[in-house]
Ligand binder design. Structure first.
Ligand code: NAD
Length: 459
């Protein structure tokens, strides 16, 4: 931790040297990072397995594959993204040529969570570097194997004055937040997001907060239940349910609830066996504290499937809960585990009562064949992003900005949106000198009617 002030000073000096503005230099490092990750693929898989028994398939699908995708995208498009963009000029300024320049903010702090420890550390770093910023990354202390390999990878590619990973827990994070940054990118809980926002406000540092919340999944009675069960079980149980955009709970039309429960039970057994503990594809809860936290959420609830908890092994089996009350803890707190509460609705008013019981969610899912119903739901509620008839997949399209709203976050990234997030957009007008109408200069007498006409034609 004592290294922090000197590292920041070095990064500030390096940024001022203008070296990071060199696009070819950025590209050479992004390419080197790609090669380094490729050479460490197995080590990353092993780390994820050690941290929470994450399978290689999920490790590639939800971590390494997405990181490589981000790198490939940045390498392919960086020159175009970084070029000043010519914009239509205003008649008011005639003659002129207008541009938007993307400039890096400067020294960026990235704080990452544990649940997708490789992806959520590397993707913001890649976009911050692409945009020409220096980066200090603070990976999560809860996934120590993955954080260690992430630190090694960064160390092997970057000099410390450009990008560095500083491992540590809350104390390290607090020490980093006490410094002045040009930009902070935080992914984690809403509670810690508020601490980060407060620290950033002291220096008027712009901040992106990628937070959590309770993401609902609404299912009406027009659907193919078997297909839904397949998608819902996949999206809920990926990463052991420890996904910020997982469906936190289901609101199903009351006449199909019993059928839904039956198909969900069958689907869970089909995918993970009757004892999911022995499945190589079912991850563990990250640590004993979180396992106990989820155990507490289950107290007093009507468990209709699963409910097998083994604290020592950080194991919670896929679990279904029938109709928890809205004021119970499980309906107040983000679950972040393989536990799915099932609530019912008769009218849209019932849905409203449930959704507005909590803050604005990060994600929102609707399963239905009725486009009017879908449209009314999508337009009525405020949330970060969502999917109709599936879960999670909006995360995978880099053309869609990803982020939350209100308590689930502020700001967004992914693909070009990530580059833009880490770039200050400078507006520049280059005025022509060959013509300088006297119109805007005093005395103004007799010019008002022409002024009004000009404003009428402004685009
Ligand atoms: P967390 O907020 O506990 O920790 C995130 C990071 O903040 C870690 O690096 C941690 O060391 C640091 N931290 C923890 N307490 C701190 C404090 N008091 N002061 C300063 N720094 C502190 O979150 P987590 O448990 O790692 O991750 C789970 C949460 O993250 C869930 O709420 C989940 O929904 C959310 N999440 C959101 C996204 C998204 O993209 N929106 C993605 C993944 C996870």
């Amino acid at each position: 931790m004592s290294r922090i002030p000197s590292i920041i000073k070095e990064q500030q000096q390096f940024f001022k040297s203008q070296k990071t503005k060199d696009i070819d230099y950025r590209l050479s490092l992004l390419k080197a990072l790609k090669l380094e990750i490729l050479s460490k693929e197995q080590a990353i898989f092993n780390a994820l397995e050690k941290d929470f028994k994450k399978s290689e398939f999920e490790g590639y699908l939800s971590e390494i594959g997405l990181v490589m995708n981000s790198l490939n995208l940045a390498i392919k498009n960086l020159k175009r993204w970084a070029r000043p963009k010519r914009i239509k000029s205003s008649l008011l300024n005639f003659p002129s040529k207008d541009y938007i320049y993307s400039e890096p903010y400067g020294n960026v702090l990235v704080i990452a969570p544990w649940n997708y420890p490789f992806l959520l550390a590397l993707e913001p770093l890649i976009m911050a570097i692409s945009a020409g910023n220096t980066v200090v990354l603070k990976p999560s202390e809860l996934t120590k194997h993955t954080s260690k390999i992430t630190t090694e990878i960064i160390q092997n590619v970057f000099s410390e004055n450009f990008a560095v990973s500083i491992e540590g827990g809350i104390e390290t994070s607090t020490a980093l937040l006490a410094q002045k940054w040009d930009y902070i990118f935080f992914t984690g809980s809403t509670k810690v997001g508020k601490i980060v926002a407060e620290a950033a406000a002291k220096h008027l540092t712009p901040v992106v907060l990628e937070l959590g919340g309770k993401s609902p999944c609404i299912i009406d009675d027009s659907v193919n239940l078997k297909l839904i069960a397949r998608r819902l079980v996949w999206g809920k149980l990926l990463n052991g349910g420890q996904t910020c955009i997982a469906a936190d709970y289901v609101i199903v039309k009351n006449n199909i609830k019993e059928n839904l429960i039956e198909v969900l039970k069958a689907e869970i057994i089909k995918r993970y066996g009757s004892n999911p503990k022995t499945s190589p594809d079912f991850p563990r809860i990250i640590n004993k504290n979180n396992t106990k936290r989820i155990e507490t959420l289950l107290e007093g609830q009507n468990i209709i499937f699963g409910g097998d908890i083994q604290i020592e092994d950080c194991y919670i089996s896929p679990t279904l809960i029938d109709e928890p009350s809205l004021d119970s803890k499980i309906m107040q707190e983000e679950i972040f585990g393989p536990v799915l509460p099932i609530l019912t609705y008769e009218t849209e008013l019932d849905i409203e009562t449930i959704i507005w019981n909590t803050e604005k969610p990060l994600s929102f899912y609707v399963f239905s064949e009725h486009s009017d119903f879908i449209e009314s739901i999508i337009k009525k509620y405020s949330f970060g992003g969502g999917v109709i008839n599936d879960l999670l997949i909006h995360f995978g399209n880099h053309r869609l900005p990803f982020g939350g709203v209100g308590d689930s976050g502020t700001g967004s990234y992914h693909g070009k949106h990530g580059f833009d997030t880490f770039s200050n957009k400078k507006s520049i007008i280059k005025r022509g000198n060959w013509f300088d109408p006297s119109f805007r200069y005093a005395p103004y007498k007799g010019k008002m009617s022409l002024l009004k006409k000009v404003f009428k034609y402004l685009g």
